[in-house]
Design a protein around this ligand. Structure first.
Ligand code: UDP
Length: 369
């Protein structure tokens, strides 16, 4: 087989962005392979028999403050201006997540909630986001009570289910993703640009790949026998090196999809069940594009360990020991010319979609020929 000029492993957002950049900006030929039978990685979605766009690997919401990233992705799709809202079942009430002033007033008697609100405003100010870990450190009787309440009811059991670790072992950046929000804004994200690709993520990614210099080969696992000049690898770095130093740990999710013969299942696209059940959350897909149907499709998310050959990698587990292991693999890579590792699995980083794309654009965007 002839040597491939640019071989890209993985058809998720990282891989396809590299492909497009090289094809378009460098004018070079690119081959993108993926072991799966479909493009789009874990963002893969499909239109089911009820014309509902279902995300096969769980709910994905695009959001960014980075205009450059928004502009890049917007070349390939129009958007449904969806603004994500999540509710959590706390003490029998569905309240906004992230926990905010609306949640506070919904859950506590007015005499207590207004006092706590004043304390929050005095301590942090309006519209401020506070990590639960920082809220716990505040020396104020009312806020200590509130912090303990939120910790117990929102974070403790959800996080234990999600990560199967003690909370003090979790990297602070993980809990920081869902702060306590001193605001009446019920949205999950406050990013300037948010939305769902109007025709779905798969279609969007197929458009990124639609370039005469790009050749896509599905159901094609990477093999050491492939010959290339440059390799961009968005798969798992430990797998690339045959697990020489052992496996990098990941969390996975088992998704239980259920179709119901009625038009609406729940009050928000995603409802979290921190303290109840074995699942963490339920997503209802018709919300994302406002799909109209007499039926509805939901997925229950059961977190589980990643087990090689049995399920998929979803989340790198960010802790010192694992990052050190990752760095040992990365050191091996440094000795091999023309190999680049990217993406959630290649970088072992808990990237959101925009950050995965930003990483690629930072590396290649400025290197126009
Ligand atoms: N989290 C929590 N309770 C919630 C929502 C989130 O404890 O109701 C914690 C949990 O540890 C989770 C992390 O915050 O893994 C990040 O949540 P996010 O919604 O960003 O996770 P993702 O959507 O990436 O799975």
């Amino acid at each position: 087989m002839a040597k491939i000029k640019n071989l890209i492993v993985g058809c998720g957002f990282s891989g396809v962005t590299v492909a497009r950049k090289i094809a378009e900006d460098f004018g070079e030929k690119v081959v993108v392979i993926d072991a799966r039978e479909h493009i789009a990685g874990n963002c893969y979605d499909y239109w089911d028999g009820n014309r509902i766009c279902v995300h096969r690997y769980g709910t994905h919401i695009f959001h960014t403050n980075l205009k450059e990233i928004w502009d890049f992705v917007s070349r390939f799709t129009k958007w449904y201006p969806y603004q994500h809202k999540v509710k959590g079942l706390i003490d029998g009430q569905l309240v906004p997540i992230p926990f905010n002033l609306n949640a506070l007033h919904q859950l506590f008697p007015e005499s207590i909630s207004s006092r706590m609100e004043l304390c929050l405003l005095e301590k942090f100010g309006f519209n401020k986001k506070v990590s639960i870990l920082d809220l716990q450190k505040v020396k104020n009787k009312d806020l200590n009570f509130l912090a303990e309440y939120i910790y117990q009811k929102v974070f403790l059991e959800y996080t234990t289910k999600q990560w199967a670790m003690k909370l003090d072992e979790i990297d602070s950046s993980v809990l920081g993703r869902v702060p306590v929000y001193v605001s009446r804004d019920d949205r999950y994200f406050q990013d300037k640009y948010q939305g769902i690709p109007l025709e779905g993520y798969t279609k969007l990614i197929s458009k990124i790949l639609d370039h005469p210099n790009i050749d896509v080969r599905l159901s094609t696992p990477f093999s050491k026998s492939m010959e290339y000049e440059r390799l961009f690898y968005t798969g798992a770095i430990d797998e690339f090196f045959d697990y020489r130093f052992g496996q990098l740990p990941y969390r996975s999710i088992k998704l239980d999809f259920i179709e119901f013969p009625f038009s609406r299942f729940q009050d928000a696209a995603v409802i979290n069940y921190p303290c109840n059940y074995d699942f963490t959350r339920i997503g209802e897909y018709k919300w994302f594009l406002n799909n109209q149907s007499d039926k509805t499709v939901v997925s229950y998310e059961y977190p589980e360990s990643f087990v090689l050959g049995e399920n998929e990698r979803y989340y790198p587990i960010i802790k010192d020991k694992n990052v050190e292991l990752y760095n040992r693999y990365l050191d091996l890579a440094k000795d091999i010319p023309n190999i680049y590792f990217l993406g959630r699995l290649g970088d072992y980083k808990y990237y959101d979609i925009d950050k995965a794309i930003e990483r690629v654009i930072k590396v290649f965007g400025k290197r126009k020929k």
